[in-house]
Design a protein around this ligand. Sequence first.
Ligand code: TYD
Length: 208
Amino acid sequence: MFITFEGAEGSGKTTQIQLLADALRLRGIDVATTREPGGTRIGDGIRSLLLDLTHTEISPRTETLLFQAARAQLVDEVILPALAAGRVVLCDRYADSTLAYQGYGRGQPLDALRALGAYATRQLTPTLTIYLDIDVVAGLTRKRIGAAAEWNRMENLEIEFHHRVRAGYLAMAAQEPARWLVLDAAQSIDAIHLAIRTQVLELLGKSS
Ligand code: TYD
């Protein structure tokens, strides 16, 4: 089963992925965790190109293609083999991030992004996408306090951009409610974890 996590910087995705992975492993479930952009040697190279604060001249199309290129490598090298081996794959960001950031955020045409995404992913769609929804200002503040060193080019974009990204996520979730689980990231870590764990165990046909 393939599960993706989406959310703004500072929404607590990384913490929740770790908690879910631990909870599933405790129940004897074989879990693989990975992240975008990156997760492979090629993808990590692309990641440093994309997030470098000095790369201000990057064109939105170049940015889009680089995210899709990192994704294609991750799908072929990590995600598809893990799924074929029967593992549950938890991925920190996936194709919906490109729709949210480059599409809704940067104004790249959604149809073109969907077509590129289908090519990059071999049309692999997650069974479940967990969106941790957080107020834009609260999220950026959390991330700034948490890890100043990780402040990257995407987060440096103007606040309006982040509002468009959030609205995009909420629109996508509303269009496809069966795939998306939207959770308020202002809740406690435990409450969010419980909601995620309950839904995932139910999908896996296990009792909590
Ligand atoms: P990262 O440090 O991994 O942030 P986070 O902890 O929020 O995942 O940085 C990834 C950044 O790249 C983040 O700002 C979102 C952005 N991004 C896109 O713009 N498009 C994409 O397709 C992906 C995967 C990420």
